[in-house]
Write a protein that binds this ligand. Structure first.
Ligand SMILES: [Ca+2]
Length: 167
């Protein structure tokens, strides 16, 4: 290369060629980067974090140590099944009169219209009195409140341990 550059007659042509090939490659790289950025952006847009506040009733025996799950239903999609185990407040979640907060990330669901929440009946006196569930979708600036106000217990009323709730 040094040899070619040292030839005065070829120099202008080489200088023209080199920048052009760089420009072409540069544009392609830029497009690739833009595409990747767009892909990452749209993927980020399609993930929504929900904050779920679970209110256990203040009644005798209202708390549970069973495994609690939730499914979110939106007008665009439904979430997978989430086990609510990592309460932000309490080592032992779902105790009488307590509020437990959970954060989950899921695909974009749109506007929430329903949830399913329930438990597997594990543990001693697993019956649970669920007062309500509040779900915040910060990206849409929306709060949804799902009232339950009933036992989820094999020993009470209809014996159901999971329910579908609507705001
Ligand atoms: Ca518990």
């Amino acid at each position: 290369m040094n040899g070619e550059f040292s030839v005065g007659a070829n120099k202008p042509e080489i200088q023209r060629d080199i920048p052009r090939s760089f420009v072409i490659r540069g544009d392609k790289q830029k497009n690739d980067i833009d595409n990747n950025l767009n892909k990452e952006e749209s993927q980020a847009r399609n993930v929504t974090e929900y904050t779920i506040k679970v209110y256990t009733g203040d009644k005798r025996g209202a708390g549970t140590d069973a495994n609690v799950h939730i499914i979110l239903f939106g007008n665009e999609d439904k979430s997978e099944v989430f086990q609510l185990s990592q309460s932000l407040e309490h080592q032992n979640p779902f105790e009488r009169g307590k509020v437990d907060t959970f954060k989950i990330k899921t695909k974009r669901l749109g506007s929430l219209y329903s949830i399913e929440i329930g438990h597997d009946g594990k543990g001693f006196a697993s019956g649970w009195f669920l007062e309500k569930v509040e779900i915040t979708d910060a990206s849409r600036n929306s709060v949804y409140c799902f009232y339950c106000n009933r036992w989820l217990s094999e020993d009470e009323s209809d014996g159901l341990t999971a329910v579908q709730l609507y705001p």
